[in-house]
Design a protein around this ligand. Structure first.
Ligand code: C5P
Length: 234
């Protein structure tokens, strides 16, 4: 990693079942932690009230809802986030350019601080999985095509796996936000993640943000786990 590498920030994946668990781990992590990812598990249960509560506790919220529907429905859902303090939202690039463009327009109109990020090919899908749904393309090529479409359609960035990260960064240049999960500090359990990078490795390969869940959530001292990752990133 060189001194000129752009900054890379930590996002905690708040993959816990209840509001109490969520607020308790955030309290332990303290203000050193800026970004928090809220996924469907918590959002389905608590909705935007929890997003507000997390923002009131001083954190920035990345809403990982992976929206995918017809353009009008996704744009309307994005408009429904008016006034909700979320800084990032995921949508599926497989919804196509019109869906992405309409979503980006809706965000610009109603929530100008909200960045839309594209999800390309889910890492649970391999070449054989894509073939079963009639897609006969190499997953890596499909990821790059969808990533290009996403930025051309007005999205601010992409979520991509450690494997895809260098290619997507090379393809899209430096101005796009790239969010990378599958990150594990040296010595941490990989859990069920198959391809991992260390925080420093992800930064060196071009990640703008790294998403880390269990190494922090399951740590005896979550604040220390966050501190170590931040130290490595800086
Ligand atoms: O606990 P862990 O650090 O593995 O959590 C990673 C987070 O990133 C989870 O919320 C997971 O759903 C998400 N994610 C991922 N791989 C992807 C996309 C999202 O691990 N390809």
């Amino acid at each position: 990693m060189s001194k000129t590498d752009p900054a890379c920030e930590l996002i905690l994946a708040l993959d816990v079942p209840t509001r109490e668990d969520a607020m308790s781990v955030l309290k332990k992590c303290g203000p050193q932690l800026t970004w928090v990812k809220v996924g469907l598990q918590l959002f389905v249960k608590y909705g935007t009230d929890l997003v507000q509560e997390i923002a009131d506790a001083g954190h920035s919220v990345f809403l990982d809802l992976k929206m995918h529907d017809i353009p009008n429905t996704v744009a309307s859902a994005v408009r429904s986030l008016k006034g909700v303090p979320a800084g990032m939202l995921t949508i599926h690039t497989m919804g196509g350019p019109e869906m992405m463009a309409r979503a980006a327009e809706a965000a610009a109109e109603t929530n100008p601080d909200l960045k839309l990020l594209g999800v390309t090919v889910l890492t649970s899908m391999d070449r054989a999985g894509l073939a079963t749904i009639g897609v006969d393309e190499d997953p890596e090529e499909l990821v790059l095509r969808l990533a290009r479409l996403a930025t051309e359609s007005g999205l601010s960035g992409l979520v991509c796996s450690p494997l895809e990260l260098p290619h997507v960064r090379q393809e899209l240049g430096s101005s796009v936000d790239i969010i990378t999960p599958g990150v594990r500090p040296e010595g941490a359990s990989s859990d069920d993640q198959k391809r991992i990078l260390t925080p420093m490795g992800a930064r060196a390969k071009g990640a703008s943000y790294i998403v880390v869940g269990r190494p922090i959530l399951k740590a005896d001292d979550p604040a220390l786990a966050v501190r170590r990752i931040l130290a490595e990133l800086r």
